[in-house]
Design a protein around this ligand. Structure first.
Ligand code: SAM
Length: 290
């Protein structure tokens, strides 16, 4: 079977099946074998692993996954690509292709069925229009996860990895770092894809924490605070929280909590670490319940 990471082989398959790229599905297919090998290495795939791939496209990375993993489930939304995948993956006995919208699937059930409920690895060149919903769905579904190694827009990868006080730091950084250790493992230029995207890309590996790095009495409330703080980035944290009607917090509530934490009332959300948001959440939760 022709290795699809080689551009001419991808062109031949697209011609053979008269495939036209679907922009609405974020289709940018990888055509660089070095990048593909790097992703497989970064994900540390072994013959013991079950791997879930989101958006296999014409099966370029799927071929590498099949070579290296025990079993692969590839979920592709575009029905036109299913016959192509039947062809490009015909040599492999360890792959299942499902024609589904990943966001509508029961991932916990997938881990149960394919991996006996043990932590799974996710590897994907993600469709950029739904990167954040896919990543948050993986974490919030509470599916047992070992790692998520994905190609995303460079700017999004930087936001996931960034630390307090930087301009990229925000709600996405905190959400991702609550669940995983984030590390950018490769920067990938547009010419490694067909068609070329008009943004730079990066491969990021999210290694899931065995235990959450912070303890909070109310995770949902902590994330509501985080969202409210970054919704109004230019405002102080205090104004951001008080202006969010859904939170019903008074200026005095927030001032008291910040004081207890030794933080000035003028502090901005982007200065607070995950630990500090957890602490603030617990203090404010007490205020509300009094
Ligand atoms: N993995 C291939 C590669 O690296 O060449 C293709 C990657 S392309 C960036 C993203 C793929 O995700 C496309 O094949 C697209 O059709 C598919 N896709 C988009 N939205 C999806 C969804 N909601 N569920 C499953 N697949 C989706």
């Amino acid at each position: 079977m022709a290795v699809l990471g080689i551009p001419q082989n991808t062109i031949d398959i697209l011609k053979k099946y008269d495939i036209h790229f679907q922009k609405k599905f974020g289709q940018n297919f990888l055509i660089d074998t070095h990048v593909l090998e790097k992703i497989i290495r970064a994900a540390n795939i072994t013959k013991d692993d079950f791997v879930l791939e989101i958006g296999p496209g014409i099966g370029t990375m799927t071929q590498y996954l099949c070579e290296n993993a025990r079993e692969v489930l590839a979920v592709e939304i575009d029905k036109n690509l299913i016959p192509v995948l039947g062809d490009t993956l015909s040599e492999y006995q360890n792959v299942t292709v499902q024609n589904e919208d990943f966001l509508k699937m029961d991932i916990v059930q997938i881990a149960q069925e394919y991996n006996g409920g043990n932590p799974i690895k996710v590897v994907a060149n993600l469709p950029y229009y739904i990167t954040t919903p896919i990543i948050m769905e993986l974490f919030e579904s509470r599916v047992p996860l070992e790692s998520v190694t994905v190609m995303v827009q460079k700017e999004v990868a930087e936001r996931m990895q960034s630390k307090p006080g930087t301009k990229e730091y925000g709600a996405l950084s905190l959400a991702v770092q609550y669940y995983a250790e984030a590390e950018i493992v490769a920067n990938v230029p547009p010419n490694c894809f067909m068609p070329r995207p008009n943004v730079g890309s990066a491969v990021i590996r999210l290694t899931c924490h065995k235990e959450n790095p912070v303890k909070t009495g109310d995770e949902k409330f902590m994330f509501r605070l985080i969202r409210a703080s970054f919704n109004q980035r230019r405002k102080t944290l205090q104004n951001g929280l008080v202006n969010d009607a859904g939170l019903s917090l008074t200026k005095e509530d927030v001032q008291r909590a910040l004081e207890q934490m030794g933080l000035p009332s003028t502090v901005r959300g982007e200065r607070l670490s995950l630990q500090e948001f957890a602490k603030l959440g617990d203090l404010l939760n007490k205020e509300i319940s009094i």
